[in-house]
Design a protein around this ligand. Structure first.
Ligand SMILES: C[S@@+](CC[C@H](N)C(=O)[O-])C[C@H]1O[C@@H](n2cnc3c(N)ncnc32)[C@H](O)[C@@H]1O
Length: 292
């Protein structure tokens, strides 16, 4: 039986969970919360209620801590020798495309993890600087760079506080990361920071998950539950339609028009859009808005 989701928080790596014949089980304790797993099928509605409740109950700081622990606790999950998403081939095509769009070769690989994308980008001739806030990721990225035989500089840094000696021709933010930011204000700060790090004629790559355009009710119901619980518990009153909590991580699933507004408000415009993984994940290449 495939384990799909979890309760108060979720397991980071669902594939590692042992199969079980029960509908749910308490599988651990993380960041002060019990981790409860549910089996797919029997309890979809229960999953939805628990996820909505968690989104309302947990404040943003709590979620940040859970996410930090999720990455820090399982660095081996991102080992490029054992982990390569099905859409990596599409990421490689995007890297090739970027070479045509970028005015030069200086590239910031933000949220680089253990250097999986750095290899694809270096293969296109970019001079890659990879940053990640976790020392364990950077240590592993350096080893991976040596073993796989590509050149890149890896540095421990928090993206939001990172300052560069010179602007980058490309600011590449890793798969999904735009969807992992909690709330509009945080996303706007993120876009502005990308801009500050990027040359005037440079390009920025962001990527995100898309909300279903055909099946609205689960998102709406989850959101109503989250808002209600937030009000009752003085929890996360900033919870947004499209917010999700699964695999131990926070996600915002976007309606495309929301994203268009945020991009325009940050003084940027879309140069190209790349739907990957059957359209469930989207990369956008952004440049400065023409009249900005
Ligand atoms: C989903 S992993 C991606 C790893 C890698 N890009 C890949 O695809 O294999 C996200 C990485 O971003 C890092 N990260 C998360 N928030 C960060 C932040 N604010 N500043 C720097 N790194 C961050 C995490 O430590 C983690 O290694």
């Amino acid at each position: 039986m495939k384990v799909a989701q979890a309760g108060l928080t979720t397991t980071h790596n669902a594939t590692r969970v042992k199969t079980t014949t029960r509908n749910w089980r308490v599988s651990g304790y993380r960041g002060g919360l019990l981790v409860v797993e549910f089996a797919r099928g029997a309890v979809d509605l229960l999953n939805l209620c628990v996820e909505g409740g968690s989104l309302g109950l947990l404040r943003r700081d709590d979620v940040d801590r859970i996410v930090f622990d999720a990455y820090d606790g399982e660095p081996e999950y991102y080992d490029p020798d054992s982990y390569s998403p099905a859409f990596e081939i599409e990421e490689a095509a995007l890297a090739e495309n970027l070479r045509q769009l970028a005015p030069g070769t200086r590239l910031l690989d933000a949220f680089c993890g253990q250097g999986r994308e750095a290899r694809l980008l270096a293969a296109q001739g970019f001079e890659v600087t990879g940053i990640d806030r976790l020392p364990v990721m950077i240590e592993r990225a350096r080893k991976y760079g040596k073993a796989a035989g590509f050149d890149a500089e890896f540095t421990v840094a928090e993206f939001e506080r990172y300052e560069a000696a010179a602007p980058y021709d490309v600011v590449y933010t890793s798969a999904w990361m735009y969807s992992t930011l909690q709330g509009r204000e945080c996303r706007m700060n993120f876009l502005r920071h990308c801009r500050a790090l990027c040359a005037e004629d440079g390009v920025i790559v962001i990527s995100y998950k898309v909300r279903s355009t055909t099946r609205h009710w689960p998102d709406r119901l989850r959101h109503i539950i989250a808002r209600t619980i937030a009000l009752l518990t003085c929890g996360n009153r900033g919870v947004e339609l499209g917010d999700r909590l699964y695999y131990g991580l926070f996600w915002h699933h976007f309606a495309e028009f929301t994203l268009d507004q945020e991009i325009a408000e940050a003084g940027l415009r879309s140069l190209s859009t790349h739907n990957v993984n059957d359209g469930k994940l989207v990369f956008r290449v952004l440049g400065a808005a023409a009249n900005d």
